[in-house]
Structures are given as C-alpha cells and as structure tokens.
Design a protein around this ligand. Sequence first.
Ligand code: NFS
Length: 664
Amino acid sequence: MAKQKITPSIDPAACYVLDVAELMGISTSFSRAANHKPCTVGSGQAGVCCKNCYMGPCRITKEGQVGICGATLETIAARNLARAIAAGAAAHSDHGRDLAFTLHAVATGEAQGYAIRDEAKLYAVAAKHGIPTKGKTVMETALDVANKAISEFGQQRGELSYISTAPPKRQKLWRDQRVAPRGIDREVVEILHRTHIGDDQDASHILLSAVRTALSDGWGGSMWATDISDILFGTPSPKVGGVNLGCLEEKQVNIIVHGHEPTLSEMIVAAVQDPDLIEYAKSKGAEGINLAGICCTANEVMMRQGIPSAGNFLTQELAILTGAVEAMVVDVQCIMQSLVGVAEHFHTEIITTSPKVKITGATHIEFDEHHAMDIAKNIVRRAIDNYANRGEMHIPTGDGMSEQMVPGFSHEYLAYMQGGNYRASFRPLNDAIASGRIRGVAANVGCNNPGFTHDQVHMDVVAELLKNDVLVVSTGCGAIAAGKYGYMKGSTALDPEKVGPGLREVCEAIGIPPVLHLGSCVDNSRILTVLSQMATEGGLGDDISDIPAVGLAPEWMSEKALAIATYCVGSGAYVIMGVRNPVDFSDAVSHIMSNEWEERFGGKLEFVIEAEEIVRHTLEHIDKKRAALKLPAYDPARFGESGDAALAAYLELPVEEQMAELYG
Ligand code: NFS
C-alpha cells in the first residue's frame, strides 16, 4: 500500500530548512520517514517477533501460534516491551550515575571548574535521604550525598531511598504489590534475566517487574539526576530564552550542544563567556560566540542559564542544514547517526564527547570531569577556527522563525511562586483545582516522531487542553515545541482565544505562562515530586491516583518514553501515548497495561493516536477524578471576570521587560 504523504512539520523554520535539504538533495529523517517501508518482521505491526534465542527468530502472527520454545504471543509481546522499558530506564539511570560521580569528584576536589551552586538544595537532598549534616562542611555533605547516590545503583536489598518521599498510601501500595525497587541496576539486570529464553513466561508477571524497573528510574536514577544537577548547576527558576532555528546568529560562531547530560554543556556555557575566547572569535572575523542547544541538553542549559534552544529532536539535522553551525557537540541519547552525513555537505564539525558514544566519521574529544574546563575551551577554540570555513547560509529569519519563552519551573520554584519564601506550598494550585478554576493538570512530554507531522499532535493537544482550563506542564521535546509556538510566554495566558477563563485567572494572578516548562526528560521526576506534594497538601485525596491529572506523550519514539510512562502509571497516573501501541497485536498485553494495572496501581497506560481523541480521553479522566473527589463539575461560565487591568497591561509587555519588572 502506498504510504500516505504527510506534511513534514508545522514549524515554518523547519519547513524552510527542509526546502534547502530538498534543493541540495540531502536526506533527512523527514525524507527517510516518508520513504520508509516498515519492517513487518517483529515490528508489532504484523505480529510479534522473538529474537531472544538463536533457535529463531520466531514470528507470531496470530493468537494460538507459539515460538519454537512454546512462547505465546502474550509472553513475547510482554518480554519485548519489558526489555524496551529496561533499556529506557538504563539510559536515564546511567545519566544519573554519571552525575553522582561528578558530584563525588567535586566533593573530593578533583573536578576542574565545577562548584556546588545550590547549597540549600544540597542540604534539602541530604535531609530527604536522612544523611546527617550537623558539623559537616559543604563538601563533606556533598561527598555523603554522592556516596549515597552511587550506593543506590548497586544496592541489592531493601528499597530505594526516594520511595519514602512518595505519599504514604502509595508507598504501602508498592510494598503490597512487591514493586518497590530494591536497587537501580538490580532491576534492569533482572528484566534482562527474566526475559532470557526459558525464564519468566507469564505476561502479567513480566510486566509487573517492568513496573518495578521503571520505578527505579523515576524514583531512582532520574530523580538523582535531577537533584544532583540542581546541586551542581543551580535549581532552575524562570529565565527568558529564545527558541527555534532563528536563534542561530549569522555573524557569530554558532556552537550547538546536543544530547542529555549537563556536565560538559555547563562547562561550554562558561567557556563561551571567557573574554579571551570571545576576543579570539573576534580576531577570526566573528562578532562573538553564540551557544544554543538541541533536545534535552537544550532544556538543561535553558532552564538554568537561559541559553537558547535551536529546537527539538527532529531539528538536529536541520540546524546543520542552515550552514551556520561551526560545531555540534553531542554526548548521549537521541543523537542521529545521520548528523555526520549531513555535516559532510557543510563545514560543521560533529564532536562526540562521551566515553560511551562514538559515531563513525565524527571527531571524538572525550570528556573527563577532571579536566572539564580545558576540554570545553578546546572545543570552543576548534569551533572558532572553523568559522572561516563557512559557506552559504540558510538561517530562517523573520516571523515565526524564532520565539521567546520562559522556562525554569522547578518544583521548588512552583512552590515558591504560590506562597513566597515563607508560605511556599501547593495549596493555591490544589484550591484552584478544587474550585474548578483549573479543571485539571496535564503533563505533555516526550519526543517527536517523523512518522507524524512534526509538533502537530503536541500542539493540537496542548491548544485544546488550555481552552478547557487544563494547566499544562511540559518537559523534553514537547516543552521545546510549546515554546516554539508561544505557549511559554505570560502574555499567551491572557488570550481568551487560547486559554479558558478559569485558567486565565490563575495565570494572571501568579503571572505565569499557561504551559510550564519543568525541564528535560529526566526532570519528569520533578512531576512525580509535584504530584506527591499535591497529594500530601490535602484537598485532592491522599494519593497521586486521586489527582485529576493525565500524562501525555503524543509523538513519542524512544524507549525512555516507555520507561517514563510506566513509572508514571506505577505512581498512579493515567498515561496516554500516541503514535502506536507497541503491543497492539496482543489484546491480552494491552489489557494488562490498562485494566490490570489500573486495578493494581490506580493508573493505566493507553495508546491513542488522534489529537482529538487524546483530548477527549484526557478530559473524561479529569472529570471522572473530579467527580470521585466530589468536586464541583467543571463549569467555565463561573470564571474569567477577575482580570486585573494593570496586570493585563504588564502581561502585554515584551517578555524581557516582564522579567525585568519581576526580578529586577
Ligand atoms: Ni526524551 Fe530528551 Fe526528546 Fe524524546 Fe529524546 S531528547 S530524553 S527521548 S527525543 S523527548
């Protein structure tokens, strides 16, 4: 069957550069996706395939067929899914482990250029884990926190320490269901063992252990990654940042940091501000050095430093196609191998930096935290030297090619913005939901997928939810999408065409955009913390599963997204993923993830493709939870009259002036 042609993107900057790619005959993920013929063996679209031993592979195309060992369709589907969840959990958690080692190196004075930027957060994290701090120096405390984190990866018995920060009812449920994770690495390894030939062969049992593994990511590896990043680089608070390809500068040296870990990118942020390097750039004819990010590295440095984001996952090749990027510096995860091929048409140098990731054809400059600043400066110098090699440029400029956004809503800042230093809490948010001003909360997260129009489902879903008074929080590539289309500006919250009357009142009162950027994908752990705080604040039940909230990943593609979805479900949330159901061939396994998990955890995982249907399911769930809490039924007619003219005028100001008024 001929593949239906889809519009590649709703982003005018992306479309502009895709035209350049077409003219130059350069293939991108967009063109490859358009020409892609799905592999029908084991793809889940025409049955399931088991490759877990070498008698096969065995392909099962209908109920009743079994593999050579006798494995059923359900077993194979569950095993494949569990392995994907384990891979996603491993990626997030290994990122957390590296940060723990960086903190250790900082505490022992071995990490060049790093410091403890947020001592208050260090002490808060120490307190969370019961680490004594009395009479200890900051560095002694940092060492204890680092050692505690490192120990949780190899821990064999007991349970992860963050489990004790969940609502008490949830902790009990995890213990009763025997899914409280024991150690981060142990859970990942156990999935690999259980899914080996001849081990766990009960779909429900396999998937229960996948939940435990996912929880070791959300309440383990990812939570450590977030907390340690905040300790080392600062807890995010609102900043102003630019977003999209229009942020690249024609007359400056452009460097892009892409991937996930903030360790090297934070050093590059410092290096590009080095007066000697700026002078060096000027000596080569550039007006300065412009740093931008892509994917979650962008989110990390934007949340903390206001560094612009050149775009999300599908923008990575397009940034090179502008011809204006001197160096793209990558670390781990979501890095397309095709970058090297695209860069061959331009002067861009692709630099891999992680000891774990090399790409054939790229320059490898291995990162080592002991010499981080020297390495960062070396990379910046190489980029400056490359400026003279630029050819023709195609930076998208003009309307819609870049936007301004306000990221930086850490859970600490969310509590602060609702009550200040002395009354920081989630009470106002809970009250706004209870009164019906805010109908509920949706977390719109996750990737782009070139099988769908870039950003389209993200934006259709977000736009409709805001009109229905649903407060949206966002992370990962979904957050970058929301930023690109103006949803992360305070002024958007005032627009009655875009935001429902009750939500508008709340955004006006606090001075926030209608979509709140909570960070990178490991920062979905911040969403777990927010939900736990909302559940313990009172007024919305006493567990995460009581809250009128939904998790959405409408354009997902990575195994990490499956891990996130699964730990959210295990934590009590209803999660809707788009694209397609990876186990749709097995009704039994789909049933386990929705009905059975809902009975066990109060949360469920479903796959819904169309934006309209995603919104319908989301609102139905929110209203069902409101009714269960005996809250008034949603009625937008009761709100929207409290607009304060002065505040409205303030919100009309350009975003930099808004920030200047707020923060001086
Ligand atoms: Ni998340 Fe962040 Fe983006 Fe998807 Fe990749 S960058 S970790 S996996 S593509 S949201």
